[in-house]
Design a protein around this ligand. Sequence first.
Ligand SMILES: [Zn+2]
Length: 287
Amino acid sequence: MDFDRCDLCGAHATDFILSTPRLEGPLVRCRECSLYFVSVNGAKTEASDLMDRLSERALELDLVDPNVEQRERPWRELAARERVEDLLRFVKGGKLLEVGSSTGELLLAAQGYFDILGIEADRASSDVARNRGVDCLTGSIPELQIDRGPFDVIALYHTIEHVPSPRKVLTEAHRLLKHDGCLVLETPKIDNVWFRVLGPRWRQFIPDHRYFFSKETILRLLRESGFEVKDMRSVGKAMSARLFASRLGRYHRGLGHVVTRASYRLGIEDRTLRLNLGDVMRVYARK
Ligand SMILES: [Zn+2]
C-alpha cells in the first residue's frame, strides 16, 4: 500500500506541515492539490485493532474524559435531532444509509422519517446501536457489499476524515445513491483561524483523524466523484457546558480544569451551548 500517495490527485509530492503526538504520523500537504493528510507508514492493521489502539491513545493523551463522554448522551441525541431537522430541508423521506453510524443516535432520530441502515467499523459501537434497535452492519464501505440500495440519502457525519481513502468511499456512495439522491457530509474544515493560530493544538487533531479538507479540496473531491454541491456551511453543534469545559483542556489543560470547576460551582454544567467555531463544514450534494 502506498501511504504517501495523495488520495485526491494521485501525486506523490508532499510538504511537511507539523507533527504532534495527537496524530498517527506527520501532517503533510500535497504540493499539487493542497490536500492535508496524515502520512501513516507501517503495516496494515485490522480495523478493529486500530480502533482499540486509537481510543486508548485518545485516553492516554487526555483528549477524552470517559465520565464526561458518558454523561453527554442527551446532548448527542439533541445534536442528532438537529442534524435530521436540517436534512429534512433537502429530503423528506425514503431510504437513508449512514456511513460511520457510531452508536446510532442519528439513525434513531431519523427513523421517524426514513427507512434507516447504518454501517459502523467499530464493533463495540455498532453493538450498542443494534442493542438500541438500530439496523446496523459492522464494517466499512467499499469492503462491505451493500445490496440494500439504492438510497435516497447517504449521510457521512464526521466519517470521511477517518477512512483510508475518502475517494473510494464517495465513489461507492455515488454508486449506492438513487439518481438525484442526496449526500450529506460533515467534516472538519482546515482553512480556519484556529488551525492557523493554534497549529498542533487545533481541537481536530486527534489520533483517528487522517484527512483534513478545506472548502476547495472537499469541493473538488465531490465534483470528481460525480456530485453537484447544493449547499455548504460551517456548522456548530449542541453540547453541554461540561463537555465544552473538558474540550477546552485540549487547548490548555489548566484552563480546562478551571472552567470545569467553575461550571460545577455555578451549577451550569448541564446548560446547552451551541458553538459554531467555523472549523466544521456541512455539505449537501446531489448525484
Ligand atoms: Zn493532491
